[in-house]
Ligand binder design. Structure first.
Ligand code: ATP
Ligand code: MG
Length: 487
């Protein structure tokens, strides 16, 4: 097992003697320290974010992360790899979150073992991915992702004409693996056995300073992968970090590069952003950096109208609250809210031209989704839910006869109602309608009957005979409680 030299002594970082972090030196390759290396290391110290080939080691006295904070499964996998003579670390977001005092979502492992060397060490392990291969180790209900250190691809087909990296699948040293990562705080390695943090890029200092800093030259790094601009905004909002000046500066100019990113990847990133529990802050920051244009093209138009702004802010604030309380939220609902005022505008325009309301609504829904798909691909399975949520809205206006009972039984009632609530509380429709439905859900049958409005809706013709065949007349029944299904 390759480990830090036994003689390495923990040394307090003089520039931050008051802080709880300290450092050890370690030569990654065990080669003699020549003059050039010294100079390079010296420069790297002066310029945080500039990569080095030898890491600084922070022992257990120098940071607060303990192996007890790592999941059993991740710890077992790391240990086993190390026992087999390989390097193995917890890496990326988990180390960052732990150092910042947050609970990580998952624990990824990086190693110098190739996928073929990793797989046989575990009973249930699978090599996944074609271009970029990694191993999934199954342990109980946990899946631990083990990836081999990677470097950067050289040569002409490595990037497109804007500098965007097209592949990321060449094995490399640990130092190379560190510098191909995005932010300094995302490039830290934690050895849970020795409880040591390995830092090649000044990430520990940036954690302390609560700074989000790209590794290397920001313009080049954003060109390589424009999604990093979104990640900067999202991670800063989520973790309460400041985007370091040089990292923030090129964003407004490079923002249009977002349009070269495959729409499915943008969706994944936006989904993370919206469900981070810090969506309000993230969206504000996206606008501030001029990044929203490529993602939600009409967002500015919506946010300029007071009603649209209130609706979206309310929706996002609600989602943030749910995420923080650990309640389920779905991206489909959120995208339905983000696009609703576009649908409304398009629908109202069609109605003003004399189109019939319901067909006009469906046509408006399709127009908006189609327009959106060009920028950020909302997966089909979400589209169905989004459309259903929108299509239910006119039905909440009908509060006479059997119609409210039927709506109550609709599988998407809850989601439709939550959406209606936002419309009411943002001032788009009278809040009285949302309140009525709130009471109607909770009421018992007799109370519900008493709440019904006189039949003011359009006269049904043959509709009754058709619906009788399909559904039982609603007997709302015994339970006065609202549907428990979540949107
Ligand atoms: P989250 O908490 O949202 O999962 P994360 O940083 O763990 O944040 P992942 O997408 O899980 O995000 O990525 C894991 C690690 O892979 C990151 O910490 C970073 O080191 C590296 N990484 C992710 N995306 C990029 C990128 N676009 N460019 C370079 N490195 C990246
Ligand atoms: Mg992660």
């Amino acid at each position: 097992m390759r480990r830090p030299a036994a003689g390495a002594v923990a040394r307090l970082d003089r520039r931050s003697a008051r802080a709880r972090f300290g450092a050890q030196k370690h030569d990654d390759h065990g080669s003699p320290r020549d003059f050039e290396k010294l100079i390079r290391r010296f420069l790297a110290r002066l310029i945080p974010g500039r990569p080095v080939t030898s890491p600084r080691l922070f022992g257990p006295d120098a940071h607060a992360v303990r192996r007890s904070q790592i999941s059993r499964a991740a710890l077992d996998v790391t240990r086993k790899l190390q026992q087999a003579g390989f390097k193995a670390f917890i890496v990326g977001g988990a180390v960052r979150d732990l150092l910042l005092g947050f609970q990580p979502k998952d624990f990824d492992i990086a190693t110098d073992a190739t996928p073929e060397q990793v797989k046989p060490l575990f009973r249930r392990a699978f090599i996944i991915g074609r271009r970029f291969r990694l191993v999934h180790v199954l342990a109980g209900s946990d899946t631990i992702e083990v990836s081999t250190f990677r470097g950067r691809q050289a040569g002409e087909d490595a990037s497109d004409e804007h500098g965007r990296l097209l592949s990321d699948n060449v094995f490399g040293s640990q130092a190379q693996d560190a510098v191909r990562r995005d932010f300094t705080i995302n490039a830290l390695y934690f050895d849970p056995v020795a409880e040591t943090v390995w830092d090649y890029v000044g990430g520990v200092a940036d954690v302390k300073a609560k700074k989000l800093r790209l590794i290397g030259d920001p313009v080049t790094r954003y060109r390589e992968d424009p999604v990093r601009m979104l990640r900067a905004v999202r991670l800063a909002a989520k973790l309460g970090l400041r985007i370091e000046k040089k990292t923030a500066a090129p964003i407004p100019t490079l923002a249009p590069l977002i349009q070269n990113v495959p729409p499915a990847r943008l969706f994944d990133e936006m989904e993370k952003l919206l469900l981070s529990g810090h969506a309000v802050e993230s969206l504000r920051s996206l606008r501030q950096h001029g990044l929203h244009d490529g993602l939600l093209p009409l967002l500015d138009v919506i946010l300029e109208q007071p009603l649209g702004q209130r609706f979206i802010e309310l929706a996002l604030a609600n989602t943030d609250e749910r995420v923080r309380l650990g309640k389920p939220v779905t991206p489909a609902f959120l995208f339905a809210t983000l696009l609703w005022h576009e649908v409304l505008a398009s629908w109202n325009a069609a109605k003003a031209k004399g189109e019939r309301p319901i067909p006009a609504l469906f046509a408006a829904m399709d127009r908006v989704l189609e327009q959106q798909a060009a920028r950020l691909a909302i997966p089909r399975r979400f589209e169905a839910v989004i459309k259903e949520t929108w299509a239910l809205q006119p039905r909440f206006e009908q509060r006479s006869g059997q119609r409210p009972f039927r709506l109550l039984e609709h599988p998407r009632f809850r989601s439709g109602y939550d959406f209606l609530w936002l419309r009411g509380h943002s001032g788009e429709i009278p809040v009285e309608i949302a309140d009525w439905w709130e009471r109607f859900q909770r009421a018992d049958t007799a109370e519900r009957e008493a709440m019904l409005r006189p039949d003011e809706g359009p006269k049904k013709k043959r509709r009754r005979s058709r619906s009788r065949g399909r559904r039982r007349p609603a007997e709302s029944g015994n339970s006065g409680s609202p549907s428990l299904s979540e949107h």
